[in-house]
Ligand binder design. Structure first.
Ligand SMILES: Cc1cc2nc3c(=O)[nH]c(=O)nc-3n(C[C@H](O)[C@H](O)[C@H](O)COP(=O)(O)O)c2cc1C
Length: 222
């Protein structure tokens, strides 16, 4: 038997859907937005490097600036806040700041499974210097996407709704919001009170999404 809290948690997953019409009169306090972003930032990340920054767009002028960049998607104006989730292309630069407390307290076992801090740093730097050309971007996008998902679930848990959006001009966003080259825009997430419920969406039956223990050789999988 699942406890009531666990059942509620699963309900949050099932009931999260993309709302496109928000109640524009609904405001979120700065503290409420911070709390959502703190939960978003508790997402896991490679080496705990926390490859995300959140541009929180709350004021009317900034929302108006965002509207054409988001191809006129009105969620960005109606939502209480639209968070632009940025991925960090140079997250290796976070290593010292992330691990300084562990180094200072001499915590054993704190270095993501490595034998020592230098061993971990060497691995991180090697990955950022020598891995495939897409590595930095892949890392930025995959890790920031986990934070984005947590943000949407946190919003739902607090009785809010959200709308993820990749329909925006990332280059224009970078220019308009002065994003430094270190960061890549990953996703916009509009958050607020729904004015019109999300339209229904379906999913493939789970059986269609699972491949047990690997594909058959030469599988031409649909
Ligand atoms: C990466 C990503 C980008 C999306 N971009 C947009 C978008 O630009 N505009 C929009 O209206 N919905 C966007 N969506 C929402 C999807 O259409 C939606 O998640 C999907 O249809 C499933 O519906 P649901 O979220 O309501 O369950 C996006 C979703 C994701 C995950």
């Amino acid at each position: 038997m699942l406890s009531a809290a666990k059942t509620e948690f699963l309900t949050i997953f099932r009931e999260r859907h993309s709302v496109r019409h928000f109640d524009a009169s609904h405001k979120l306090r700065e503290q409420e937005i911070k709390e959502l972003l703190e939960i978003a930032g508790s997402a896991p990340s490679s080496w705990n490097l926390q490859h995300w920054k959140f541009v929180a767009i709350t004021d009317a002028a900034a929302k108006a600036k965002l509207l054409p960049i988001a191809h006129g998607q009105k969620q960005v104006v109606g939502a209480s806040v639209t968070v632009a989730i940025l991925g960090d292309l140079q997250a290796n630069r976070n290593t010292e700041a992330v691990y300084r407390p562990a180094i200072q307290t001499g915590l054993e076992d704190a270095y993501a499974g490595y034998s020592s801090y230098p061993a971990m740093v060497a691995q991180i730097e090697d990955s950022y210097a020598n891995a495939s050309p897409t590595y930095r971007r892949d890392e930025a996008i995959r890790n920031a996407s986990l934070a984005a998902m947590q943000l949407m679930l946190a919003a739902k848990a607090k009785g809010l709704d959200s709308s993820p959006m990749v329909g925006f001009d990332a280059d224009a966003f970078v220019k308009a919001f002065n994003v430094p080259p270190r960061y890549v825009p990953v996703l916009l997430v509009a958050i607020g009170k729904a004015a019109i419920p999300a339209r229904p969406s379906s999913r493939f039956p789970v059986e269609q999404t699972i491949i047990w223990n690997g594909f058959e050789p030469d599988a031409d999988h649909m």
